[in-house]
Design a protein around this ligand. Structure first.
Ligand code: G3P
Length: 217
């Protein structure tokens, strides 16, 4: 499973990228707001760091305007994936931009039928939002499994990009289900390294080592 980082924080992206943890980046208008940066500038900086797909989201609501915005975003770098919302106009935009050879990430997906439409419109990525489904007592992981089954049934090549990942369990379950990609904030990715038994075991080793009176260096 590929790891995308869900942030526009350049320092956090650089730190994870240096460790080989970054296969791509996803951003959205809320993350651009959080970064306090200009969208074109910060997206270019991210594309200079990361060689994999970098999603940059359109903000228009009509297809004609989304297409124009998408073409402008795609000019930032060859690894831009234009992110469009899962609306009828977003699907029209997806069809046009993917036909022009651009990567397209269709976002804000909350149903298997939406994912089916995105695949038929030529999406490179479909982004189902797990955490936001869990927020309203629906099972986001079930949605990932349903989309996996449907795409495999018909050989769709659209990659399932599990988004709105909030927990380590989301990550492990997505990998078990067979999501192609997961995108998570840097804090969630770093948190995957933590385990209470690792901390406990290390604490015991340090105590026992101190009793040996030895040094390695
Ligand atoms: O990739 C989508 C993500 O940014 C949404 O996450 O936690 O705001 O639902 P969240």
């Amino acid at each position: 499973m590929k790891f995308f980082v869900d942030t526009a924080d350049v320092d956090a992206i650089r730190e994870l990228n240096d460790l080989g943890m970054v296969d791509g980046v996803t951003t959205n208008p809320s993350l651009i707001l959080k970064s306090g940066r200009d969208i074109l500038e910060v997206t270019k900086e991210i594309c200079d760091i990361v060689s994999g797909p970098v999603s940059a989201e359109v903000v228009a609501l009509t297809a004609d305007e989304m297409i124009a915005e998408g073409r402008k975003l795609a000019k930032i770098a060859p690894n831009i994936a234009v992110k469009v919302p899962l609306t009828w106009d977003g699907l029209k935009t997806c069809k046009v931009l993917s036909g022009e050879g651009h990567m397209v990430n269709v976002t804000l997906c909350f149903s298997a039928n939406q994912a089916l439409l995105a695949a038929k419109a030529g999406a490179t990525f479909i982004s189902p939002f797990i955490g936001r489904m869990d927020d309203i007592n629906l099972d986001g992981l079930d949605l990932i499994a349903d989309i996996r089954t449907i795409y495999d049934n018909y050989g769709f090549e659209t990659q399932i990009l599990a988004a709105s990942i909030r927990t380590a369990n989301h990550v492990a379950q997505c990998a078990l289900i067979g999501a192609d990609v997961m995108t998570a904030p840097p804090s969630v990715i770093k948190g995957l390294a933590g385990h209470v038994l690792t901390d406990k075991g290390l604490d015991q080793f340090m105590k026992d080592w101190a009793k040996t009176g030895q040094k390695i260096l």
